[in-house]
Every structure is written in structure tokens, then in C-alpha cells.
Design a protein around this ligand. Structure first.
Ligand SMILES: [Zn+2]
Length: 332
């Protein structure tokens, strides 16, 4: 599937592949295996139903600016782009958002969001939201999951991880560890690997202000992007409140929107978010939601990326592809 590597961290597990096309000879394999869904008789029904729902798109970094631009053109033509403030206003007034409302969001934004996504958004006057990992802002620190796989590939060892393990398996194990163990294991990988990972220039505080000036709301995505389910209550508090403080300092105002780093709801995080005055919280559950969110701190999102083909993009927006994925996931 075309989700970015980062999506594997943000989002709960999705079925490993897009739905398989009806049986076809190998020579007839379509280029985009999900494109046939667009011609499904169910697609018009799903599209009509989706017009009455809120679609929140969750992107990560932008690797294909042209394709991203084409997706935004499609949104301009077929949907009603809305902002975080529009969603907050609709909740405050108890009035559903307009039909076909779509909110564009980015998790773990890197410099490609500033360099590639922002000009495309501004050119079409489409608002968005970016949920940042506070700990890496202003640094050259790679995202921890990229760093961990690099270190594992270069001989990194940790007491709680298998030696010489497949980097993908090391990452999966790291994600499953209680958070203090994840951080400790990462530190052990750093001192034992034969090479340091290449630096990754991250967004700087002034970039966050530039995003906001261009109608991209900057939101909280925790300090260090742990799986909150693997954190104790004190760490959940520290991860959210620490990022809240940093963002408030950089932006001069408190953020009001949060995205779960592991994509799933957490009751303890919900309590912290309420105490800090958050108005919106976003999941990564690959679903559409109501135009007047019933649970403002649990708003569904659809997983997309800039390389998603237009055909597949249409079936994700309509909710058909997510419904088929859920069906296949339930059958697996
Ligand atoms: Zn994330």
C-alpha cells in the first residue's frame, strides 16, 4: 500500500494491501490495484452518502507535489475545504458543517510540507492543519522510527531487542514496548550502532509561524511521538503538556487541536486534553465522520498520501475503499 513509512507509526494497523481486484491473469494486473473500485456500482451510493459526512484527510510528508496538487484540485472541484476554525465554530454553534466538507491535515510534518504542500495549498486557498512532534522542532534529529531502523541495520543492539534482527521487526518490537523501555532501547541502539543516521533538518519554530500565517493550523502531536497506550499516566501527561507548553511558546498562543500519535483514542489523554482546553482531537481510523462531530476529541480521519492515485483518492473520499478494507480486515 502507498502509505508513507511514517503512517505505520501514526496509524493503527490497516490491511496489508489495497483490496485485490477480481481474479485476472497476471498479464492483466492493473497498475493501481484498487482503481477498479472507482467503477463499482457502490461508488455513486457511497459518494452520495459521503456528501453528508465530514472527511478529514491525514497526510504525512509530501513526496509527490504534482500529484498532491491534482488531489487538491479535485477537492476544490468536488468538496468544500474547511479549516480547524470552521470545525470548532460548527461545534460551538451546534451547526453541522456544509455538505462535502473536507479538512486537510498533516501528521509528523517535515520540511516537504513547508516546501511542497504549502505552495499548493496557498495557490488554491485551501486551509489545513499540521500536527507536529515538539521534540524534533528546530533540530536535525530524524524521526525516531527512521532512526531505529537505520541503527538496527548498522549493528545497533539493545537488551530488550533481538540481536541482528530484521529492522522492521526491531521497529515493531520497539513500538510494543512500554515507553520508558522504548526510549532506553533507542538510547542503547544509538551507542552500539556502527554509524549514526543522517541528519534530518526539521521544521523550525519560525516555520510553524509561517505555516500558521498561511492558514495551516499548528497542532499538538506530543513531545516524542510514543504510543500513548504504552505510556503510564504521568508520561501521557508529560508528553501532551510538554508539547503544549513548547507550542504555546513558539506560537504565542495555546494550540487547540491534537492528533493521537498512535492514531487511537486514549481515555487518560482525553482527560489531559480537556484540562488543557483542547477543542479538537483526531484519530487515524480510516473513516468518515459526522458533519457535526459527536465526540470533538475523537474525530475520524482518512489515511492518504501524495502518491495516492486520483482513482483511489476518489474511493477513499467516498468511504468505499475504507469500507472494503474494514471488510477484508474483519475477514482476515
Ligand atoms: Zn504521527
Amino acid at each position: 500500500m502507498s502509505y508513507a513509512t511514517t503512517a505505520a507509526v501514526c496509524a493503527p494497523p490497516q490491511p496489508a494491501a489495497v483490496p485485490a481486484a477480481p481474479p485476472a491473469r497476471a498479464s492483466e494486473q492493473p497498475r493501481d490495484r484498487s482503481s477498479w473500485l472507482r467503477f463499482s456500482p457502490a461508488q455513486p451510493l457511497f459518494r452520495a452518502r459521503a456528501a453528508q459526512r465530514l472527511a478529514v484527510l491525514a497526510y504525512h510528508g509530501i513526496t509527490d507535489p504534482r500529484s498532491f496538487g491534482a488531489q487538491l484540485d479535485r477537492l476544490r472541484r468536488l468538496a468544500t475545504p474547511v479549516s480547524v476554525q470552521d470545525v470548532e465554530r460548527s461545534l460551538a454553534e451546534g451547526r453541522p458543517l456544509p455538505p462535502r466538507s473536507v479538512l486537510v491535515t498533516f501528521d509528523d510534518p517535515d520540511r516537504t510540507v513547508l516546501r511542497h504542500a504549502l505552495p499548493e495549498l496557498v495557490a488554491r486557498r485551501i486551509p489545513a492543519a499540521a500536527f507536529v512532534i515538539a521534540e524534533v522542532i528546530g533540530t536535525e534529529q530524524p524521526f525516531w522510527w527512521h532512526e531505529a531502523t537505520f541503527l538496527a541495520r548498522h549493528g545497533g543492539r539493545a537488551r530488550l531487542l533481538p540481536t541482528g534482527g530484521d529492522p522492521a521487526r526491531v521497529l515493531a518490537l520497539l513500538k510494543a514496548l512500554p515507553d520508558p523501555d522504548r526510549r532506553r532501547s533507542l538510547a542503547e541502539l544509538r551507542v552500539s550502532a556502527s554509524r549514526r543516521p543522517p541528519a534530518q533538518e526539521q521544521l523550525r519554530p519560525e516555520d510553524l509561524r509561517a505555516l500558521r500565517e498561511a492558514d495551516v493550523t499548528v497542532g499538538n502531536h506530543t513531545l516524542g511521538h510514543p504510543s500513548l497506550r504504552r505510556c503510564d499516566a504521568a508520561t501521557v501527561q508529560a508528553e501532551i503538556a510538554g508539547a503544549h507548553l513548547a507550542l504555546t511558546r513558539w506560537l504565542g498562543e495555546a494550540p487547540s487541536a491534537f492528533a493521537y500519535p498512535d492514531g487511537g483514542f486514549d481515555e487518560r489523554a482525553d482527560t489531559v486534553l480537556r484540562q488543557l482546553g483542547y477543542r479538537l482531537g483526531f484519530l487515524s481510523d480510516h473513516r468518515l465522520g459526522p458533519r457535526l462531530p459527536a465526540h470533538p476529541l475523537r474525530i475520524s480521519r482518512l489515511q492518504v498520501d501524495s502518491t495516492t492515485s486520483t482513482r483511489r483518492f476518489d474511493t477513499i473520499l467516498s468511504g468505499l475503499e475504507p469500507a472494503v478494507q474494514r471488510l477484508l480486515g474483519a475477514q482476515a
